[in-house]
Ligand binder design. Structure first.
Ligand SMILES: *Cc1c(COP(=O)(O)O)cnc(C)c1O
Length: 393
């Protein structure tokens, strides 16, 4: 370090500005003529300490805000950071949450294991059963209704306009995890949701190289979430925020490509006689076709049906594992939303803690494989699946 104060990089570019936003790694800032009193009064808008606000984190949040057509957005340390911070912002002692049963595993743990020990009541319902939502919300004063746009791994679309109606009639706030669908395919806020949460680790970042989360919604609510990010410490690191920002520069390109690949792969798999079921909203036999018409965004007449496909092989979980291990392009790994196609079997990954009966009740078939489509040439990817299935007939 040279003598005296740290160097100011801006000195070396007196007449130009960078095209790409710099990574602002500084935790603290010269206040120059400002007093701490001034910045504290400026409150959440001032940049003066890294846990409160960081410009690199803000540029990433702005991209998500626009993608969700939200008034505001704020990044968090992870998807779980976004979910936990949002719930702890909304809930008060004794409050009740009605949540979908089909939720991400760690969200389930938060809902059924952690929240009750902190004094919140949680009831879970089948996300596709509107009568169950109505009954659960009517059973007691409900503060939060929680659902995922596309359930993992069944790929059931939530009827967001109907669930929003049920929540609002009861004076509850609808929180939607839009990780699987992404705002390219579904914009929950436009369909009645009050807040959207994401694991930005997945499609928003898109490169499987950063853990991050985001909360999007009305400015006042997002500001309250930001207050909890400060006190709970669920802030995002600027390096990770930069990676999310960079990934978001190709978000629409990636999603458009991965959506098309998912559509082609779903059609190709459906044509096979050793595949007993394929789930993708583009298919004519998609069970939630009517909901898809109302919830999915479209290009002309074509629905944007998403980049996730689930299919079930004849021969159960044993054959599913063997098929998966024959794949040479698609990668067998947990997570989703990267440029590489990722496959997993729910029975030994996301849903390993359920008994076979519980899995069947949740419509997770024996032999199910979940695919998150990447951006590889789709003909090569489809050949990869066909070859692996042929080899394990
Ligand atoms: C991955 C995921 C999460 C958790 O996100 P992290 O970034 O890993 O904390 C939450 N919800 C869904 C639907 C996810 O897929």
């Amino acid at each position: 370090m040279s003598a005296g104060r740290p160097a100011r990089a801006e000195r070396f570019m007196p007449r130009t500005r960078p095209v790409v936003p710099p990574i602002h790694q500084s935790v603290t800032y010269f206040l120059d003529d400002l007093a701490y009193k001034d910045v504290q009064e400026g409150g959440l808008d001032e940049v003066w300490y890294g846990r409160f606000r960081n410009p690199t984190v803000d540029v990433a949040a702005e991209e998500v805000r626009d993608a969700e057509s939200a008034e505001a957005a704020f990044m968090t340390s992870s998807g779980m950071g976004a979910i936990a911070t949002t719930l702890l912002t909304l809930l008060r002692r004794g409050d009740r949450v009605v949540a979908a049963r089909q939720v991400y595993g760690d969200t389930r743990d938060l809902l059924v294991r952690d929240l009750p020990t902190w004094g919140f009541d949680v009831e879970q319902v089948d996300a596709t059963d509107l009568d169950a939502w109505r009954a659960a919300v009517a059973a007691g004063p409900t503060r939060v209704v929680y659902v995922e746009t596309l359930a993992n791994p069944q790929l059931d679309l939530a009827d967001l306009p109907a669930i929003a109606g049920i929540a609002h009639e009861a004076g509850a706030v609808l929180v939607v995890d839009n990780t699987f669908a992404t705002p390219y395919n579904v914009q929950p806020l436009a369909l009645g949701a009050d807040v959207v949460v994401h694991s930005a680790t997945k499609f928003l970042n898109g490169h499987s190289d950063a853990i991050a989360g985001v909360v999007a919604g009305p400015a006042e609510l997002v500001r309250e979430v930001q207050r909890r990010v400060i006190t709970l410490g669920t802030c995002l690191d600027p390096h990770a925020a930069y990676l999310v920002w960079r990934g978001l520069q190709t978000f629409e390109l990636r999603m458009s490509r991965s959506n098309e690949t998912a559509r082609s792969l779903a059609a190709a798999l459906s044509a096979r006689d050793d595949v007993v079921g394929v789930r993708h909203p583009s298919l004519p036999d998609y069970e939630r076709a009517e909901v898809a018409q109302r919830v999915l965004r479209r290009d002309g007449d074509a629905l944007r049906a998403g980049a996730m496909v689930s299919f079930t092989v004849d021969g159960g979980d044993e054959r599913a594992l063997r098929v998966m291990r024959r794949l040479e392009i698609a990668c067998e790994a947990t997570s989703l939303g990267g440029v590489e196609t990722l496959v997993s079997t729910p029975f030994n990954s996301s849903h390993f803690s359920l008994t076979p009966d519980e899995r069947r009740a949740a419509r997770i078939d024996d032999g199910m494989i979940r695919v998150s489509c990447g951006v590889e040439p789709s003909d090569l990817l489809i050949d990869d699946f066909n070859r692996a299935l042929d080899q394990e007939r």
